[in-house]
Design a protein around this ligand. Sequence first.
Ligand SMILES: [Zn+2]
Ligand SMILES: [Zn+2]
Length: 235
Amino acid sequence: MKEKLYTIPVNEAFDLDCECPVCVMRRNLEKASIEFTLGPSYMEDDVRLVTDRIGFCANHSKELYRQQNRLGLALILKTHMDEMIKEVELLAKKPALGGGLFKKKEAPVVEYMKKLEASCFVCKRVEDVFERHVATVFYLYEKEADFRVKFAASKGFCNKHYAMLYEGAQSALSGKLQAEFLETLNNLYLENMKRVRDDLEWFTDKFDYRNADAPWKNSQDALPRTLLKVNSIDV
Ligand SMILES: [Zn+2]
Ligand SMILES: [Zn+2]
């Protein structure tokens, strides 16, 4: 069972006090993938073959730049550029072929650039393992009563991962267990959205001079927690 491999990181994410344990799982994978990209691996031919070909998305390029391994990143990007230049030299001469009356065919070089923009070495590594992590949530929910308790005691999920778990449950779980999971998931989502919404409301109320001396309660970090709930971003 592949899922068994990932029970530790999944359990650890659900042990944390956070607004979305699935976001935590994903962020941890992203961190590991960034570290891997700028670790000793970039000197390995098989890794460089891939980074040369697919490159990085804008988000992860920024992330890689922030890591301060300037030489590593420069070496990776230099051979990626070599590859891009070679491809464009080859493709730019090719006209757009085919295409019917209603279907305009794209020029090969435009198609290449679009593909390049949509591909990312870091995203790809994250995506492969993240899928297994999500599958492990369902695996643990089905097999372990302790995990079901932990799941129900969580602070819910962000919009994206609520929908992901809802959709996933429809194929990963069945019968009574599926119904129970979905009910718990929906309750968790709504209760915790309302909790953060109320924190956010109190945060805005605190701007009123009449509340200047009132306690912050749980609202001091309500705005970053809201951004995580609504847009899955960690500010
Ligand atoms: Zn999330
Ligand atoms: Zn990426």
